[in-house]
Design a protein around this ligand. Structure first.
Ligand code: 5GP
Ligand code: MN
Ligand code: MN
Ligand code: MN
Length: 262
């Protein structure tokens, strides 16, 4: 793991390329990143942009995105901490509120349903991808927030068939860059301190056998920031916070060849 050197932050973009700058897991600390973002064409954020998915957190993140003028495009997915983006979870929170029973994360019921049903009205300084794709400079990017069950947070899904059902929504006909919140098995996915690997096996099979993106970008496991190549696909865990929740990791650059005619 971490066998490939990332592109240094002060390198210049080669001609005919689109530069992606990848960050993740800023947990509402986007204004305290230790490293300034290098210039690029597209900013990618792989989820956990908030701590709890509160409206103020989303608004502040969106304001900050708007201040990143160097990027033509910004692409964002949610993670398990961006609770209010998970509509099934919000439905359950509202049900408990109506029934008068206590539920963890109940404070989120203060966010109006008109907003959670239409988050892109608030998060409007980016392309927000939730099981969806966008094309920039002819390059196809797909984003999805699902992650293996752990602690009952957003987009938590059981391993095995339930997660495979989510990954099966990813098109198999030429996605260039895949953004997920959580890692695939065996790539930068190792947790501290016992070194257990917690990436999803079904995601790895999906990436290596079916979708075969050039790059797979993710975060979620804060102690596994790093870069790796399996001979066919490049894997990047670009978490910005480390295990101590300090946003001290460098953004990771992808210089992607811009397709002819794009
Ligand atoms: P987050 O709460 O920001 O999603 O993840 C923070 C940390 O929780 C990770 O860096 C990792 O240490 C731990 N974590 C997240 N998901 C899992 C998991 O599926 N299994 C284990 N053992 N730890 C996890
Ligand atoms: Mn957490
Ligand atoms: Mn995180
Ligand atoms: Mn996470």
């Amino acid at each position: 793991i971490n066998s490939q050197k990332p592109i240094s932050l002060d390198s210049t973009k080669p001609e005919g390329h689109t530069r992606f700058v990848c960050i993740s897991d800023t947990h509402s600390k986007h204004r305290n990143l230790i490293y300034d973002l290098p210039e690029g064409d597209v900013l990618l954020h792989c989820g956990d942009f908030t701590e709890r998915g509160k409206l103020e957190e989303v608004q502040d993140f969106n304001d900050w995105l708007g201040e990143q003028k160097a990027f033509k495009h910004k692409i964002v997915i949610a993670g398990n901490h961006d609770l209010s983006f998970d509509l099934e979870l919000m439905e359950d929170i509202r049900r408990c509120q109506r029934e008068g029973s206590y539920r963890r994360f109940q404070f989120l019921d203060s966010i109006p349903e008109e907003i959670t049903n239409n988050w892109t009205s608030v998060l409007n300084n980016c392309f927000y991808l939730q099981d969806a794709e966008v094309k920039v400079n002819g390059i196809r990017i797909y984003g999805t927030p699902w992650n293996p069950m752990f602690g009952g947070w957003a987009f938590n899904t059981c391993r095995g068939q339930p997660l495979l059902d989510k990954w099966n929504k990813i098109p198999g006909d030429g996605i260039d860059i895949l953004m997920t919140h959580s890692p695939p098995a065996g790539q930068p996915d190792q947790v501290h301190p016992d070194g257990e690997r917690v990436g999803c096996v079904e995601l790895m099979n999906t990436v290596q056998l079916r979708v075969q993106p050039k790059y797979h970008v993710f975060g979620h496991i804060h102690e596994s920031y790093g870069y790796n190549y399996d001979g066919a696909h490049r894997f990047i865990n670009c978490t910005s916070v480390n295990l101590e929740m300090v946003p001290s990791n460098k953004p990771v650059i992808i210089d992607f060849p811009t397709p002819e005619g794009a």
